[in-house]
Design a protein around this ligand. Structure first.
Ligand code: FAD
Length: 402
């Protein structure tokens, strides 16, 4: 098959891919730009936490890919199978070959439900739910709406994952919904986390510990979900106790599963993957310029990047303008690249109508956008999360305006 050539080839048309494409078009970078993505749809995933408990419709999180690909950018509906950066070539699963001057990797990450025996096939059955997949949102909403009491376990895998706050947000919302419905008194809620603390940044961990205490939620740390038997509603955990790993089976009535996550196989298997321990398998980019460490004509954006930030759409809002500007500078032979500071944000929903807006950069530095104590729950940030941010996403980020 003939090789198709593009000035900028973007792998993935999710948050990062579309944000960079829109920015490049807005900045007036000439030449042919293409996005490769097999998906018919583009999802605003931050809405899945709300859709999974029935506070917004799942369809409000989803638009067609054609409606978000910026005018003038070519969408190639195909799946990337291999990347050969030495020869500047990408091959798709259907055998098409592409070459590029600049490659932008925006492939997101892979959800590894298959790392927990029985989890994938249990989803949607016997109270086993997950808001991490669009096609599981109805089952999650129904299970939470119909919960009549018992043991509800919400899991958190080892990091990195996308939106590390989401596993808690869905739990706090479920708690609030069950209190309003009068079933909370008949329930035991457990947060089973592979981590050692409720949140990685001490200032927010302190606020969240108060939320946990107020809601009388049990926390199990260093506890990893390793298997699910939906038929008898049993979750299998590995727990670290006194330095020893112990396997434990726990009966549940509702189990919210968040899978371990990793870089996509196509990146892991390519010369673009990092071989450093801390970021092994993820895209090896400079954490400030987002330029590849070995291939200067390759840039990365979003969840796929091997940088020590927190993987969110909010991070991409700050990364996309940096990537677009640095591509233009690279093409012009300039070296005064823009720098991404590690900014990420997680609107931690603690109740219906209450949010702690956690904003931070590299090394856990607090980076609040507003002159208010960032560790406090506020109604204002609930409106920001539910009403304002989606509009900023579709009308701002997806159009290269912010
Ligand atoms: P994605 O948006 O996932 O896009 C990756 C794209 O790559 C997809 O379109 C996919 O089809 C495509 N792709 C994959 N494999 C291939 C292939 N082989 N070939 C071609 N294309 C491929 N962020 C926030 O900022 N705030 C929040 O409150 C928040 N809450 C969240 C709640 C949940 C439940 C979830 C799941 C996520 C949440 N996020 C939140 C995180 C945010 O949605 C992600 O960080 C963001 O979407 C990452 O963008 P991305 O472009 O890196 O990946």
């Amino acid at each position: 098959m003939m090789q198709q050539k593009f000035k900028v080839l973007i792998l993935g048309g999710g948050t990062g891919g579309i944000a960079v494409a829109a920015r490049l078009m807005r900045d007036g970078l000439g030449g042919h730009i293409a996005i490769i993505d097999p998906s018919e749809f583009h999802d605003y995933q931050p809405y899945w936490t709300l859709a999974g408990v029935g506070l917004v419709s799942k369809n409000s999180s989803r638009r067609s890919m054609t409606s978000v690909v910026p005018p003038g950018v070519t969408w190639i509906k195909a799946s990337v199978k291999s990347i050969d950066p030495d020869n500047r070539e990408v091959v798709s699963a259907d055998g098409q070959r592409f070459s590029y001057d600049i490659l932008v990797v925006a492939l997101g990450l892979t959800l590894n439900y298959d790392h927990m025996a029985g989890a994938q096939e249990s989803l949607g059955k016997q109270g086993v739910i997950s808001v991490y997949q669009f096609d599981q949102l109805d089952a999650a909403r129904e299970a939470i709406e119909n919960f009549s009491g018992g043991t509800a376990i919400f899991t958190m895998p080892p990091v990195p994952i996308k939106c590390a706050g989401a596993p808690q947000k869905v739990m706090y919302l479920a708690d609030d919904i069950w209190r309003r419905r009068g079933v909370r008194a008949k329930s035991r809620i457990i947060f089973a986390s592979a981590g050692a603390a409720i949140f990685g940044i001490p200032e927010f961990a302190a606020s969240l510990s108060k939320v946990i205490a107020r809601k009388e939620i049990e926390t199990w740390f260093q506890t990893k979900l390793v298997g699910v038997r939906a038929s008898d509603q049993v979750a299998v955990f590995e727990r670290v106790t006194n330095g020893e790993v112990i396997k434990e089976e726990v009966k549940f009535d509702l189990l919210h599963v968040v899978p371990p996550m990793s870089a996509p196989r196509v990146i892991k298997d390519s010369p673009l993957a990092s071989d450093e321990d801390a970021q092994r398998g993820w895209l090896a980019v400079d954490k400030h310029t987002l330029q590849h460490l070995k291939f200067p004509n390759v840039f990365g954006v979003g969840d796929v990047t091997g940088v020590p930030n927190s993987k969110t759409g909010a991070a991409i809002r700050k990364q996309a303008p940096v990537v677009a500007a640095n591509i233009a500078k690279h093409l012009a032979g300039q070296s005064d690249f823009l720098r991404y500071d590690g900014y990420s944000s997680c609107p931690l929903i603690t109740d219906i109508g209450k949010v702690i807006l956690a904003e931070f950069g590299y090394d856990g530095k607090l980076m609040p956008s507003f002159p208010l104590d960032p560790t406090k729950e506020r109604r204002l940030y609930w409106h920001l999360k539910k009403d304002l941010l989606p509009t900023l996403y579709w009308q701002g980020m997806m159009k290269g305006r912010m």
